[in-house]
Design a protein around this ligand. Structure first.
Ligand SMILES: C[S@@+](CC[C@H](N)C(=O)[O-])C[C@H]1O[C@@H](n2cnc3c(N)ncnc32)[C@H](O)[C@@H]1O
Length: 327
């Protein structure tokens, strides 16, 4: 009763109602963007946002010095917010349409920024994945995991442009990508919004200090992240910690290779990993077993790379927190 009354009070005000409606469909906006849409000052809008967060209707995701706001994902918030849209009456429709037009303009600006970054990154991806590795076969091997075991919660560590979230989206109930780079987060957000993947989100996060509850995900993924890290074992340990009993840790990375250009021109810290070292990191992190799959191009050339897919299974006695009651 108390929760419902607090939510009704929070939603029962014109500006807050506009905020709730503009964030429909999985949109994530900064306070600056919301101020721009509403045409109101930041202190005022921040107060409204705080009330909506306190009432459990919005979630705030800090990202460096700014923060993104979106609809909360608890079952209560979902059913409460789903009831609002059909109730918008004609006299409110003009204001909502104006907000929507502003939101479309903000999305277009973000998409333009993302497109410019994509161009640059796509070039690198073409070199790394299109020509040098058999990426279609790698992705087939990855999603085969989901076919074996449906996935409740996915955590994609170092999500980059969000490709792994997009790949697994049809097979998961909820997906979260964490990433250090703001530019990448912008790209991933644009990708998720363009594909209407409301059940997936991204946020700032560091592979070395995962802000994720122990045993709270069914599948954690490190896809082409370890070769950038100074301490890959630490990232594996953190990822393993997040996986619940019987859940999986999926690591995809290069087998040992000699393409020095990846170090000198692409910032790779390591030129691939042996099976023995990755299996050792997984078992040292408490995982029960690890399977290994090597994937090559059908007709490898001198610069082709082998990609290894390691799948570690979490020990049966590991902590398990299956609640999806997350903000
Ligand atoms: C080659 S990209 C791979 C992106 C994505 N996993 C994919 O395969 O499409 C590596 C990503 O890891 C991110 N990254 C590097 N160090 C990180 C860290 N300590 N924590 C989180 N992300 C990190 C980089 O910013 C980059 O986006």
């Amino acid at each position: 009763m108390d929760r419902l009354i607090q939510a009704l009070r929070a939603a029962g005000e014109p500006t807050r109602l506009r905020i709730l409606v503009m964030l429909e469909g999985g949109s994530e906006l900064t306070v600056t963007e919301i101020c721009r849409i509403l045409g109101q000052s930041q202190p005022r809008v921040s107060r409204h946002l705080k009330l909506l967060c306190d009432a459990g209707l919005l979630a705030r995701q800090a990202e460096g010095t700014s923060a993104y706001y979106r609809h909360a994902r608890s079952p209560f918030a979902r059913s409460f917010l789903a009831g609002l849209d059909p109730l918008i009456t004609d006299d409110a429709a003009g204001t909502i349409a104006r907000d929507q037009a502003q939101l479309t303009a903000i999305r277009a600006e973000r998409a333009e920024l993302a497109a410019r970054s994509f161009e640059r990154i796509a070039l690198e991806e073409e070199v790394l994945r299109g020509r040098a590795v058999n990426q279609p076969a790698v992705e087939t091997a990855m999603v085969a995991l989901a076919a074996e075991h449906p996935i409740d919660r996915l955590l994609d560590i170092g999500t980059g442009t969000g490709r792994v979230l997009e790949l697994f989206a049809p097979h998961v109930r909820a997906g979260v990508g964490v990433e250090l780079s703001r530019e990448m987060l912008n790209l991933a957000r644009t990708r998720l919004e363009a594909n209407h993947l409301d059940h997936c989100s991204v946020r700032y996060g560091n592979a070395y200090h995962l802000d994720v509850e122990m045993g709270s995900v069914g599948l954690a993924v490190l896809h082409h992240v370890l070769h950038f890290l100074d301490e890959p074992a630490r990232a594996v340990e953190q990822a393993a910690r997040s996986v619940w009993a019987g859940g999986r840790l999926l690591i995809v990375d290069f087998a040992p290779h000699h393409l020095e250009a990846l170090r000198t021109e692409h910032g790779h810290r390591r030129l691939g990993f042996t099976d023995a070292e990755v299996v050792h990191w997984c078992t040292a992190a408490g995982m029960a077993s690890v399977t290994v799959n090597h994937i090559t191009l059908p007709h490898p050339g001198p610069d082709s790379l082998t990609v290894t897919v390691w799948v570690a299974t979490q020990a049966a006695d590991a902590p398990t927190v299956r609640s999806l009651e997350v903000a």
